[in-house]
Design a protein around this ligand. Structure first.
Ligand code: PRX
Length: 637
């Protein structure tokens, strides 16, 4: 496998970026030419950001799994595709070559077909990080089913919401999942979720933890039994379904500033080209290197940079079941040492947490194989950046701080490792093909350097979302209506004197807790479900390890109750409704919330209080009840 579109130096980067602006269609056609299409496109791009209506490679036919698997068999059949490292270091790791992965995906594609799955059906996947998760994802893509992977940390209620929204007909899960010292009973969570999901006709359960599970007759089947059945059929071939470039590949739910999470829709052709192109260029991946992304496949990072990007590039991708601190805080470094990892892609929150354990867990681990380091998901503070650079990369490996979103499908702004300049805390420059602009509140472009504004993108790119599932209007209003003819990211951004971009964080009511995106409205809705709660307001505050913590201001009914117990109950409620990732870090009971005369909560004031900026609250005289601010200040946690 060679990558003719891998940029090799700064001049090539500059030329490519120029080319992508003056002739975007030509630029992307050149990249797309290096994939396997059953039929090539009639037109590279048709678009408007008004409706929005964006189509890439119209008329083209393909199946992404033929690009991730079939086309590598001749040259890379015996190369490791996936190296799987289990949660428990005592358990044996597994290596799946491209041929083995291909065979397993074909087998499971036949399992899906035997269970009635057809092109266009929605399949919900709720599994731990085992190879079968990647196999399930790829098998869906092979038969043309739309996968919706739900992160294993979400609650039954969250799963039910996602299944109902997508009207999924089949669920793939495990008996349980190992994560650190915990054994998470996935199947039992699914059983709870499915009480409210009549669309689901079948559940396929893969064995992992051997936790006892209840199997519902006629609905639930074992993964292993279904595979045996395919084997007794003589392992028939599993031809890949021919997909239109604009057919949906997957839905991935993500939080916004209002209401329930929305299903971001990505399509087959554009997403494939973009995930692959960004993988190869950002990490400067070289054939036969070992690449390790520590994300979970339940998030977009796992979709694009554990599964589709690396596999479409014929790379060797490490899949790790566990957590960075189990059995101790040296686990990532053990994995790097064990498999001679060359490229490591992780989150600032993990780096900050591991930094806290000092150098003990790093010392005596051989990290000399590392050539490239990456981060994603949230701003990285300079201290963590330097620790990563010096202690992990030993000062030699370039760091690529990659800015992107579930909606963008792939990396948008980032240094090309070792090719373009890095700058601590900065995502630096846009990839060729990406045209960022900063705008002020009225949508006027802010030109020049040394400026701050809201980050927008003014031209389409192949990996961008096409819609939000079942509600196109929501897609339009969320991303394309704030500023005319622009995609609005929701992020604030600085462009420094050199023209380098630094993401300063969300400007909407979305929190980023340990790199997980959580809507404040979602957490408030969950808190408000608790019987004793009258009203609540949630804001973020700076947290040393998580980046942002969740601070909840809560009004309860005036009863004599044990406030500590109520706190615990509220946390339990949030955990049950959303999942443990959304648990508030601080809960302050208040008698009122600062509101405008029209009844709108003044989050700006609450945010300042949570951040401890008590002297700088701005004008509070227009509030309905200015006295309440004083009370909240006094009670600050
Ligand atoms: O605020 C930005 C932050 O994460 C948001 C996207 O979250 P999500 O869709 O969950 O995707 C995360 C993984 C791609 C963005 O709007 N974010 C992501 N990467 C960075 C970042 N903030 C600063 N620097 C980054 N490198």
């Amino acid at each position: 496998m060679s990558y003719p579109y891998q940029l090799k130096n700064f001049e090539e980067y500059q030329q490519a970026w120029q080319h992508s602006v003056t002739d975007p269609e030509g630029f992307w056609a050149d990249v797309a030419d290096h994939f396997y299409w059953r039929r090539k496109w009639d037109k590279v791009l048709e678009w408007n950001f008004k409706e929005p209506d964006v189509k890439w490679f119209t008329g083209a036919k393909l199946n992404i799994t033929e690009n991730c698997l079939d086309r590598h068999l001749g040259t890379l059949g015996n190369q490791p595709a996936i190296i799987w490292e289990p949660n428990d270091p005592e358990e044996r790791h597994r290596i799946l070559t491209y041929r083995e992965l291909y065979n397993k995906v074909c087998q499971f594609a036949n399992v899906l077909k035997n269970n009635g799955v057809k092109k266009g059906d929605r399949v919900c996947i709720y599994m731990g990080m085992i190879p079968e998760l990647a196999i399930a994802v790829l098998a869906c893509a092979r038969v043309g089913a739309i996968h919706s992977v739900v992160f294993g940390g979400f609650s039954a209620q969250s799963i039910a919401d996602r299944i109902q929204d997508a009207q999924a007909s089949l669920v793939i899960t495990c008996d349980g999942a190992f994560r650190g010292g915990k054994d998470i009973p996935l199947k039992s969570v699914i059983d709870d979720a499915l009480m409210a999901c009549p669309s689901v006709k079948k559940v396929i359960v893969c064995t992992r933890t051997r936790t006892p599970v209840s199997m519902l007759k006629g609905r639930d089947v074992w993964w292993e039994d279904e595979i045996k059945q395919v084997e007794t059929m003589g392992n028939p071939p599993a031809p890949a379904e021919e997909m239109d470039a604009e057919d949906t590949l997957f839905i991935l739910y993500t939080s916004g500033s209002t209401g329930k999470p929305k299903g971001v829709v990505h399509t087959c052709g554009g997403y494939m080209v973009y995930a692959n192109y960004t993988f190869i260029n950002t990490f400067q991946y070289k054939p036969r290197q070992v690449y390790f992304c520590t994300a979970d496949i339940g998030w977009i990072t796992g979709h694009s940079y554990i599964v589709y990007g690396p596999l479409s590039a014929g790379a060797t991708t490490v899949l790790f079941e566990g957590i960075p601190t189990y059995p101790d805080a040296g686990r990532f470094w053990d994995i790097v040492d064990k498999f001679r990892v060359n490229v490591l892609y992780t989150a600032p929150t993990a780096i900050r947490s591991l930094m806290g354990f000092g150098l003990g867990p790093v010392n005596h681990k051989d990290l000399s194989s590392l050539t490239t380091l990456g981060t994603v998901g949230e701003p990285i503070n300079e201290e963590a950046w330097h620790w990563y650079k010096d202690q992990i990369g030993k000062g030699k490996a370039p760091i690529t701080d990659t800015w992107w979103q579930t909606e963008t499908g792939g990396i948008m702004i980032a240094p090309l490792a070792g090719i373009t300049k890095e700058k601590p805390g900065y995502a630096t420059l846009p990839l060729p093909g990406i045209q960022p602009i900063l705008v002020d509140e009225n949508g006027n472009e802010i030109e020049g350097n040394g400026v701050n504004g809201n980050l927008c993108i003014k031209f389409p790119w192949p990996g961008m979302l096409r819609t939000t599932y079942g509600d196109h209007e929501r897609c339009r209003t969320t991303y394309f209506a704030t500023y005319e003819n622009l995609y609005f990211t929701g992020d604030g951004c600085l462009r420094d004197e050199d023209g380098y971009y630094r993401i300063t964080g969300r400007v909407d009511d979305v929190l980023n807790v340990s790199g997980h995106r959580i809507g404040t409205a979602e957490v408030e809705n969950a808190i408000n479900m608790h019987a004793g709660v009258v009203e609540s307001a949630v804001v973020g505050y700076p947290h040393d390890i998580k980046g942002q913590g969740i601070y909840a201001f809560v009004i309860t009914e005036k009863k004599h109750h044990d406030l500590e117990l109520t706190k615990k109950d509220i946390i339990q409620t949030v955990s049950r409704i959303i999942g443990p990732i959304a648990k508030p870090d601080k809960i302050q009971f208040v008698s009122g919330l600062p509101k405008t005369r029209s009844g709108k909560i003044m989050r700006r004031i609450l945010r300042k209080i949570a951040e401890g900026e008590l002297d700088n609250l701005g004008d509070t005289s227009t509030l309905l009840d200015p006295a309440v601010v004083e009370e909240i200040k006094q009670g600050r946690l």
